[in-house]
Design a protein around this ligand. Structure first.
Ligand SMILES: NC(=O)c1ccc[n+]([C@@H]2O[C@H](COP(=O)([O-])OP(=O)(O)OC[C@H]3O[C@@H](n4cnc5c(N)ncnc54)[C@H](OP(=O)(O)O)[C@@H]3O)[C@@H](O)[C@H]2O)c1
Length: 303
């Protein structure tokens, strides 16, 4: 399997494995500029060139942590693709105007958020902007107007959504081209495999992205739980056939085998895990192995 993929006919080419930045800063590892710079550089070297952000990560601080690294090493910008998201309003001292957690998909909010992201990230374009969560108050005409303006100004190249249902995707896609739907998906979280999300992506010839591809770490940390133990046992059998690899690579290979051409968004800040994820592209899982893991997850054989 190739390290890079064109995610839609007129869409961007991204690395097949995406590096999520959610826990790089305030919400996790609290990396300093030098460590972030090194992580970006080593990740690009390994073949993971696409970085997933959101305005809210680290209570609205992680984009600027990343931007500080790009200020030190502006040459890295042209070697990477940046995805970011907008549309969630968090309650935090960094946004005292937010009284409760809410969503905003107004034209004004989307444009302002993208402009804030550009500034924080120290870049003059974003490769892809996603609406982070579907809002019950969203209207596709308004979102399309914002996207059209941002694209015309060269501020954002491509657009997509995250956590959208099939019908919400269809509604927005009726007004503007969307390149992806980033949803939760893993051997522990199966809904998009069966609720039409991935079918819709195949139908539209776009690739979905999945967040928490390793169950947010629960595949490793929740021990003694019957379901995870069953999954681990099934994965260990595959590991014996394939050779000296980690369970994380088996779980990623399971996602990568799906015909929707899923792009997993990793949630680590460890370069060794990133390199292991790239190696998972080489694993060829048989159909029977894929179904063995599915059965281990659901606890029953397919009908
Ligand atoms: N669109 C959305 O609504 C949305 C929502 C949530 C997240 N996201 C994106 O998705 C990204 C990934 O989410 P996630 O953090 O839930 O992903 P994840 O990759 O499923 O989980 C990451 C966790 O798994 C652990 N892990 C990975 N490999 C391991 C191994 N071999 N052994 C033990 N532990 C292992 C990591 O530990 P270490 O830290 O020790 O490596 C980390 O705690 C985020 O960074 C963000 O960019 C998007």
């Amino acid at each position: 399997m190739k390290k890079r993929i064109k995610i839609a006919a007129n869409g961007p080419t991204l690395s097949r494995i995406i590096f999520g930045t959610m826990k790089w800063g305030e919400w996790g590892w609290k990396l300093r500029t030098r460590a972030i710079t090194q992580l970006i550089e080593e990740s690009i070297e390994a073949g993971v060139t696409t970085f997933d952000h959101a305005d809210i990560y680290g209570h609205y601080t992680t984009e600027s942590d990343f931007g500080k690294a790009l200020k030190v090493r502006p040459d890295l910008r042209k070697k990477m693709e940046i995805i970011t998201k907008c549309g969630i309003n968090l309650v935090t001292p960094n946004r005292p105007q937010h009284k409760i957690k809410s969503y905003s998909t107004s034209k004004e909010h989307i444009i302002k958020s993208a402009e804030n992201s550009l500034k924080a990230l120290n870049t003059d374009y974003i490769d892809m902007l996603l609406i982070h969560r579907p809002s019950p108050l969203m209207h596709p005409d308004e979102i399309a107007e914002a996207f059209t303006q941002l694209r015309a100004q060269g501020k954002v190249k491509y657009f997509g959504v995250s956590n959208f249902s099939v019908s919400q995707f269809e509604m927005l896609q009726s007004r503007i081209t969307l390149m992806t739907n980033q949803v939760e998906g893993s051997i522990l979280h199966l809904p998009p495999f069966f609720d039409g999300t991935f079918d819709q992506c195949i139908k539209k010839r776009i690739s979905p992205m999945v967040w928490s591809p390793l169950g947010g770490g629960n595949l490793f940390t929740v021990s003694g739980e019957i379901r995870t133990e069953r999954i681990k046992k099934a994965a260990n059998v595959i590991r014996e056939r394939v050779g000296d690899i980690g369970l994380d690579q088996i779980y990623l290979a399971w996602l990568l085998k799906h015909p929707a051409k899923i792009l997993p968004v990793l949630g680590t800040a460890r370069i060794d895990r990133v390199k292991d994820a790239i190696s998972a592209l080489k694993i060829e899982m048989t159909d029977e192995e894929w179904f063995t893991l599915l059965e281990a997850s659901t606890g029953k054989e397919v009908a």
